[in-house]
Design a binder for this molecule. Structure first.
Ligand code: 6PG
Length: 483
């Protein structure tokens, strides 16, 4: 075979990734799709790419130079297993199969285990950046063996997005499912970022009565400062859009039910399993769920809200908008702090040597959550690799300290005005919980001990204790047990 790399699955993401690969010096790209029409369309529309097309797996595998490398770009799920099995039957030890779909990392761990026993490398790779990123430079999060990365890395470096300092947005994240795990958390943060932006928009609109187009200008302005990011940028674009059919702002004719394909929910499910409080991400996932509960929303539409309608006083609009901007920035810091906590916990649980600073670096360009402040995260981990929480790093500590008055005002106003801000509010509650000297968890331990003899520890001496609640209420010391 003459192709140094192949792509299976030629829907938009696969086609664009194949074109990206083909556009780089030295690559010859084999392409294959289950239905041959897609292959024909791609090769006839892009003769300049010099694709090596195939109509079947035998031909595809034969078109690859050894050691063979193939990237699977199909909708995550059963289809992935089917394609993998076709390739495994034809590949040889040393060949590399890459799954670039949004696979569940548990599936990736399972697949890697099965496939590596045959000597074939299996790499689960997170690919972020949507269609545009796949074509012009995605952020890439490959897992799998370090050995496979020796072959794969140089190819991926040529197609990945390039950060402002010239570094390609790809790194070997860790073994087996590490890449897909980190992509999952990326998506969870993406959900939180989007929800925070949506809450900011809602507050400004309800509070100031500005039109979507006017709020677009606010976001465009924010995008010149510390909030600069892809999601802020596209928010301005969406808000500025007018619906051709009605002449209304497009955002006013889009049905307010947010979809989700599952990666945000996985982030939260795994956070629960790992015991990591990713409350900002969880609220973002739940806010989407709530939006889609049409029947409940209709039934609840006449439930009472605050007696008085709320509007920002004339002349205070700019100050309020600045408060919202700061609240957004502080909440965003919390969401990323929580997301990185989950990465740390996942790495520990599944035995991955994940470099947090490198993750921040490969998210600086190409991906959906790309943002100026990822430089700050990379710096924070470079300054202190054993940093226990992002939010306590000096830069972020100062940023939140500077924002907190605004943040509190915004959450208080939202509560009084009856405007739902689950992500703003829960991020603030998390921040206050984290910094609290004493938490009412002590009372919960007392309650647990009361009804279930679950025992508690004391602040003043070591040991495990139980109060004889149904007896004379004296305290006994117990041996640590399974309680
Ligand atoms: C990316 C995105 C992408 C994902 C969508 C869909 O990094 O390019 O995360 O992988 O498909 O954002 O997510 P939802 O449909 O769940 O919103």
């Amino acid at each position: 075979g003459s192709a140094n790399i192949g792509v299976v699955g030629l829907a938009v993401m696969g086609s664009n990734l194949a074109r990206n690969l083909a556009s780089r010096e030295g690559n010859t790209v084999a392409v294959f799709n289950r239905s041959p029409e897609r292959t024909h369309t791609l090769t006839s529309e892009h003769p300049e790419a010099g694709f090596v097309p195939s109509e079947g797996y035998d031909e595809f595998v034969a078109s690859l130079a050894k050691p063979r490398t193939a990237i699977i770009m199909v909708q995550a799920g059963k289809g992935t297993d089917a394609v993998i099995s076709e390739l495994v039957q034809r590949f040889e030890p040393g060949d590399i199969i890459v799954d670039g779909g949004n696979a569940n990392f548990h599936d990736t761990i399972r697949r890697e285990k099965e496939i590596s026993s045959t000597g074939i490398h299996f790499v689960g790779m997170g690919v972020s950046g949507g269609e545009e990123g796949a074509l012009n430079g995605p952020s890439l999060m490959p897992g799998g063996t370090a050995q496979s990365y020796e072959t794969l890395g140089p190819i991926l470096q040529t197609i990945a997005a390039v950060a402002p300092d010239g570094e390609p947005c790809v790194t070997h994240v860790g073994t087996d499912g590490a890449g897909h795990f980190v992509k999952m958390v990326h998506n969870g943060i993406e959900y939180a970022d989007m929800q925070l932006i949506a809450e900011a928009y809602d507050l400004i609109r309800q509070g100031t009565g500005k039109t979507p187009a006017e709020i677009a200008d606010v976001f465009a302005e924010w995008n010149t400062g510390e909030l600069e990011s892809y999601l802020i940028e596209i928010t301005a674009e969406v808000l500025r859009q007018t619906d051709a059919a009605t002449g209304l702002p497009l955002v006013d004719v889009i049905l307010d039910e947010a979809g989700a394909k599952g990666t945000g929910a996985w982030t939260v499910q795994n956070a629960l399993d790992l015991g990591v409080p990713t409350s900002g991400i969880a609220e973002a996932v739940f806010a989407r769920s709530l939006s889609s509960k049409r029947a409940q929303r209709e039934a609840a539409a006449d439930l009472p809200g605050p007696a008085e309608a709320w509007k920002v006083a004339d002349g205070d609009a700019d100050a309020f908008i600045e408060d919202v901007r700061r609240a957004l920035y502080a909440s965003k810091i919390i969401a990323y702090s929580q997301g990185f906590d989950e990465i740390v916990a996942g790495a520990e649980q599944f035995g991955w040597d994940v470099h947090k600073g490198d993750i921040a670096k490969i998210w600086r360009a190409g991906c959906i959550i790309r943002a100026r402040f990822l430089n700050r995260i990379a710096e924070a981990y470079a300054d202190d690799p054993s940093l226990v929480a992002l939010v306590v790093a000096p830069y972020f500590r100062d940023a939140v300290a500077g924002a907190q008055d605004s943040w509190r005002r915004v959450v208080a106003i939202a509560a009084q005005a009856g405007i739902p801000t689950p992500a703003f509010s829960s991020s603030l509650a998390y921040y206050d919980g984290l910094r609290a000297e004493r938490l009412p968890a002590a009372l919960i331990q007392g309650q647990r001990d009361f009804f279930g003899a679950h025992t508690y520890k004391r602040v003043d001496r070591p040991g495990v204790f139980h109060t004889l609640w149904s007896g004379d209420r004296s305290e006994i010391e117990t041996t640590p047990s399974s309680h």
